[in-house]
Design a protein around this ligand. Sequence first.
Ligand SMILES: Nc1ncnc2c1ncn2[C@@H]1O[C@H](COP(=O)(O)OP(=O)(O)O)[C@@H](O)[C@H]1O
Ligand SMILES: [Mg+2]
Length: 243
Amino acid sequence: MKKTVVEFKNVTKIYKLFKSDKLRLLSVFYKGVKYTEKRAVDDISFTIKQGESVALIGRNGAGKSTILKMITDVTFPTTGDILVEGRVSALLELTAGFDLEMSGRENIYLKGQIMGLKDKEIRRLEPEIIAFAELGDYIDQPVRTYSSGMRAKLGFATSVCIEPEIFIVDEVLSVGDAVFRDKCLKKVNEIIDKDNVTLLFVTHSISDASQFCKRGIVIKDGKMVCDCDMKEAAKYYKEHMAE
Ligand SMILES: Nc1ncnc2c1ncn2[C@@H]1O[C@H](COP(=O)(O)OP(=O)(O)O)[C@@H](O)[C@H]1O
Ligand SMILES: [Mg+2]
């Protein structure tokens, strides 16, 4: 039996929507500030075992990114329990966590440490990350001097080269130019080919999902409407949800 690496137990996420940022801030100090609620994730439960490859599919606004953000601790559930077991690497917000005043090289260490690596391990991976990012001499310049494309490349390179156990990809395979995208796809393939790596994949493309994933979870309006093998999930999506 493979071990469980991600488990959701009756997870619900409700966002509070305020009319303005000012009201949002006021609500921290005063009860009774008016807001409406958005149930982005509605009572979802599932279990993912080590080595599985799972696609989350659903229309825009279904709640896919919110699910991934709760796994990576970017946001937290309103109710319910989440268990995550293993080193998570997320292609989610590629440039999150960078320190703009530090150089690219220093940021590799910063991100590595955030992801739980020891300096010795980061030192071993550093040359590969730098080569992958294709930044040349810029690697020792402060990240604030980078273009957004360069920042994304550094973020991608760091995320994919640090040997993740749980690998999360959220519609970011369009980073940079076509050549870099091909290199990224190849690298993603290489990562998930390893036996014990677990993949959670969000994409608009059912064909990309079918290429990478064996299991599909279909999300509609925050609810899980289908959790089955990828072929059936693709069929369900086409029959019930495609425009
Ligand atoms: N930070 C937020 N504040 C308020 N509403 C949000 C926030 N993030 C997402 N939402 C809302 O939650 C719903 C689900 O969003 P999301 O998880 O990004 O969907 P998906 O990734 O499937 O397109 C959407 O209606 C979206 O507008
Ligand atoms: Mg999304």
